[in-house]
Design a binder for this molecule. Structure first.
Ligand SMILES: [Zn+2]
Length: 148
């Protein structure tokens, strides 16, 4: 069910920093509902959450940027364009279910979901059926609720 909401984000067919802000609003509700109470329980304050949001957004913009930068050994810690583009790979153009990290790629390396080949560009981004996916923001917001 959550994939249907995350599909909005994966409907980008070219990497671009602004793609970081293409997502369904319900995803934010789900993620923040899980994160904020847990962070508060561990004692993180408002300032820590603010700076988490700033760093998360900046790394997200960087990871979605259409850059051919390689960040060397930092790729084992922080997300980057060379890794995140493979998260968006169309199933016909590369492996699926890789590079889930939003900010810290170290989790992907730890859980063996990391994929960072030397070849930078998958042939195609998106998902199966993207040709029929809605194109404007309003129809994309309704797309997860439609029957298929
Ligand atoms: Zn993305």
């Amino acid at each position: 069910m959550l994939w249907r909401f995350h599909e909005v984000h994966h409907s980008i067919e070219e990497m671009d920093w602004i793609g970081n802000w293409r997502f369904h609003w319900f995803e934010v509700v789900v993620y923040r509902t899980m994160l904020y109470p847990l962070a508060a329980w561990f004692g993180f304050g408002v300032a820590a959450m603010f700076w988490y949001g700033v760093v998360n957004t900046l790394v997200g913009h960087f990871a979605h940027a259409n850059l051919r930068w390689r960040i060397g050994p930092l790729k084992y810690i922080v997300n980057s364009p060379e890794m995140h583009i493979w998260h968006h790979t169309h199933p016909e153009a590369g492996p699926e279910n890789r590079n889930f990290a939003i900010t810290l790629s170290v989790w992907d390396w730890l859980f063996r979901t990391a994929y960072a080949p030397l070849r930078r560009d998958p042939r195609r981004l998106g998902f199966t059926g993207i040709e029929d996916y809605p194109r404007n923001v309003f129809t994309q917001m309704a797309a997860p609720l439609r029957r298929r």
